[in-house]
Design a protein around this ligand. Structure first.
Ligand code: FAD
Length: 375
């Protein structure tokens, strides 16, 4: 029997764990290196659409990932007076769940372990070379047939290979937290409505993610230092959203501010190193598809490496096939973020139009409707 090919995967996030599951399913021996001492994603909640759900199904992580999570069927856009500007109802034939991030990561990690993947915690990599050598922070060097860089937006592996063509900090960012539902919210039963509420350039996104918890994302311009402050400046947020005062009080002292970024690479691979997820294509979260694209590209990587024994040819074919959908997703996400810096009346007009225009809705939902390679 031929020896199993071996992959060293850097990063225990959506990209790294999905790649680990997919490669292991295709017969590789796989080890994941996560620098933190636990698999604990930051960012509280996440939307996973039909495309990402199909990947989770293929990888054997779906049931655990979505357990108890609401089907996010409706999204309401509201203005500073809490008036509804537009209502988008999700096509019921296409799934979308709003879920706690930890639940999806745990489900992927459990699926990976069932497939024989070793997950090394507290294990930091600092660079790689195209010949398949991974350099660890503790000085070790590890050889592999494939190295996967899923180490996020500040990827050291990507940077050691000088792959960045464009990296841009965007004008806005977010603070994300999970809060407990009130007894009234639990009793109301409808966990499927997301409320996106704007006031000037500030936004509160209210998303139920479990029978007992709500995911709150506060977004703002990076230049607005009172808004980016953590623990959040409650007086500031209450002044902008008086109708959400009780909710703002429930946020407590948790939360971290993250600025949005855009990244494009010269190439998604260099020799035996493939770059995945935010490391390869960070994007603003305006259509909730960063993790979706990460997981699609991770599964596709294993499929292309299976189809074509020549690694260089396989990696080229993988990138040629997957990159257009990822770049569409980046373009539309950046486009939908443009109004963040516009005056309120103009932004309101744009968002109302974007919610009603069939063409815009089709562009926005194209990634979710895409059938990922290997599913
Ligand atoms: C506000 C906001 C909302 C979002 N909402 C959505 C959404 O609803 N739906 C969606 O699909 N996407 C969403 N995204 C995007 C999504 O969070 C990212 O695209 C996704 O987390 C990328 O996964 P990743 O595995 O590439 O990177 P990460 O999630 O950043 O994971 C990288 C992992 O690598 C580890 N690591 C880093 N460096 C090293 C190293 N040197 N050695 C070892 N380990 C290392 C880190 O500790 C981390 O665990 C959102 C993003 C933001 C900012």
């Amino acid at each position: 029997m031929p020896e199993k090919r071996h992959a060293e995967v850097v990063g225990g996030g959506f990209a790294g764990l999905a790649a680990a599951c997919a490669l292991a399913k295709h017969g590789w021996s796989v080890r994941v290196h996560e620098r933190a001492d636990q698999l604990r994603p930051s960012g509280a909640g996440i939307y996973i659409y039909e495309n990402g759900l199909r990947v989770l199904e293929t990888l054997g992580a779906y049931d655990e990932a979505v357990q108890g999570a609401p089907f996010a069927h409706t999204r309401e856009m509201r203005d500073e007076n809490n008036n509804v500007l537009s209502v988008h109802r999700w096509d019921p034939s296409k799934r979308v769940f709003s879920i706690k991030r930890q639940q999806v990561i745990t489900a992927l990690a459990n699926a990976a372990r069932r497939l024989g993947v070793e997950i090394a915690l507290g294990s930091e990599a600092i660079g790689a070379t195209p010949d398949g050598t991974l350099v660890m922070a503790d000085g070790r060097t590890l050889k592999a047939d494939l190295i996967v860089a899923g180490d996020g937006v500040n990827s050291k592996i990507r940077d050691s290979l000088e792959l960045v063509a464009k990296r841009r900090a965007l004008p806005d960012g977010a603070i994300r937290v999970l809060i407990d539902k009130t007894p009234e919210e639990i009793a109301s039963g409808d966990g499927g409505t997301t409320i996106e509420n704007w006031s000037g350039s500030l936004r509160i996104l209210y998303t139920p993610v479990s029978p007992t918890e709500v995911y709150i994302a506060l977004t703002m311009l990076d230049a607005d230092k009172r808004a980016t402050q953590t623990p959040i400046d409650k007086d500031y947020w209450k002044k902008a959203f008086p109708h959400w005062s009780d909710l703002i009080d429930r946020i407590g002292d948790q939360g971290r501010y993250d600025r949005f970024e855009y990244i494009r690479l010269k190439s998604w691979s260099s020799g035996k190193v493939a770059v995945l997820g935010d490391a390869a294509h960070a994007l603003p979260p305006n259509i909730g598809q960063g993790a979706g694209c990460s997981m699609m590209n991770a599964l596709a990587l294993a499929v292309f490496l299976d189809r074509e024994p020549d690694m260089a040819k396989a990696l080229t074919a993988w990138e040629r096939n997957e990159r257009p959908m990822t770049e569409h997703t980046q373009r539309i996400s950046v486009f939908l973020g443009l109004p963040t810096t516009w005056p309120s009346p103009l932004r309101r007009a744009f968002l109302t139009l974007a919610g009603k225009s069939k063409w815009m809705v089709a562009q926005r939902t194209k990634t979710a409707r895409h059938v990922p390679t290997g599913t």
